[in-house]
Ligand binder design. Structure first.
Ligand code: FDA
Length: 369
């Protein structure tokens, strides 16, 4: 008989939800993480009493009431509404593209005026079959919105010219013809009161978590401890990269503490011109309506991923999808390992999706036992 029923590798949202549900059903669970903290990418570092989103801004949003109630059962969420701004050459525009943006661009006041303006800009270009991302975006929103709010930001995000990027990256560009700056259309939105660590603490309450433990470095030994392994790390790494490495985009974060109470008056400001090297500045206190005397800001830079850097965004092009499929075939044959989460499934998951996926997988697992 093994000491634990389940060994969960990774204390991010997927691992924490999976572990919690198993313990609720009387299973003995051990969680390990190679980082020196719990929570994976939702972890917040407390700096000057401000919860700093260490791995990028995280805003919880969902249309699913069950998932909203689930996360709120561990910690209440506040009523933060994401309303980012775009700074282009010192001029400010509201996002997502809405009547405020159109007024700022053209001084148009009615939805019809805005629609006519966009239609005339698009028509003047006469693009029939967009050959790249630039042409695709131009054919959807015309040159003013594209040049000021899309081009530079996208080129920084991808590290490539928009003319060298495939058109399928942008399928549609949501245009909103009301004066509504709420970025998300979802019914529920907010930030845990006191930060995301409270959510993770609630999920992992009473569960043994060993930090600074790389499962793959002590696999044989750790496998002896539990009957089932739940692996939330990189799938290609689990198989020692035997078919090659999956690719990612990475990010670099530059945190700065400032002795002013408010730096930019908003949590998120995107910098949409190519010449500014970062893509956005996050001012963390605004996620929680902070009233601290000082503030912490983070400049976010997009960069190519290479070994040693955090793998943030999977590159779901044909080549990587094919490679992932090869690994997935191996994973499907495992009988004592469950793979889940953004790294093991090599897909971009929002938090509500990762919670939903973990609840689904754990339900399957528990029903088989
Ligand atoms: P996550 O990466 O969080 O956890 C995996 C854990 O496994 C890590 O702690 C890692 O250390 C550990 N691990 C890996 N290999 C290991 C090994 N060999 N041994 C031991 N431990 C190992 N979503 C949203 O809804 N709203 C938002 O605003 C954002 N914002 C956002 C910004 C940025 C920059 C990114 C990259 C992502 C977002 N997200 C988001 C998505 C969100 O971060 C994501 O859905 C969850 O954090 C994924 O949780 P996981 O548990 O899958 O992975």
């Amino acid at each position: 008989m093994k000491e634990f029923d389940v060994l969960v590798v990774g204390s991010g949202l997927f691992g924490a939800v999976f572990a919690h549900e198993c313990v609720k059903e009387g299973k003995k669970v051990l969680v390990v993480d190679r980082r020196s903290h719990r929570g994976g990418n939702v972890y917040c570092e407390n700096i000057q009493d401000i919860n700093v989103h260490k791995y990028g801004a995280h805003i919880f949003h969902t249309n699913d009431k069950d998932i909203w109630d689930y996360v709120n059962s561990f910690v209440p969420f506040n009523h933060y509404v994401n309303s980012p701004l775009a700074d282009y050459k010192g001029e400010l525009y509201n996002l997502p593209f809405n009547m405020n943006t159109f007024y700022q661009l053209w001084k148009v006041k009615t939805p019809q005026q805005a629609k006519d303006k966009i239609a005339s800009q698009v028509a003047s270009l006469n693009i029939k079959e967009p050959a790249n991302l630039e042409e695709q975006a131009l054919s959807l929103v015309g040159p003013d919105i594209y040049e000021k709010l899309i081009k530079g930001y996208t080129e920084k995000q991808w590290g490539r010219k928009a003319t060298e990027l495939p058109s399928f990256i942008i399928k549609r560009l949501p245009l909103r013809f009301t004066y509504n700056n709420n970025y998300f259309n979802d019914k529920y939105q907010g930030i845990p009161v006191g930060g995301y660590n409270k959510l993770i603490d609630g999920l992992l309450d009473g569960i043994e978590v060993r930090l600074d433990v790389d499962y793959l470095k002590s696999k044989e030994e750790l496998d002896q401890l539990a009957t089932t392994v739940v692996f939330t790390g990189q799938l290609d790494e689990y198989y020692n990269f035997r078919f090659g490495k999956l690719q990612y985009r990475s990010l670099r974060f530059e945190h700065e503490e400032l002795s002013v109470p408010d730096f930019q008056g908003n949590a998120v400001v995107n910098y949409t011109e190519r010449e500014v090297p970062y893509t956005r500045i996050i001012e963390h206190k605004h996620f929680e309506f902070g009233t601290q005397k000082s503030t912490v800001i983070t400049r976010e830079y997009s960069q190519e991923w290479q070994e040693g850097l955090e793998p943030y965004y999977p590159i779901n092009d044909d080549e990587n999808s094919k490679l992932y499929k090869q690994y997935k075939e191996l994973a499907d044959k495992e009988t004592a390992v469950i793979f889940g989460g953004r790294l093991a499934e090599y897909r971009y998951y929002d938090m509500h999706q990762v919670v939903g996926s973990a609840l689904h997988q754990v339900k399957n697992f528990l029903s088989k036992k």
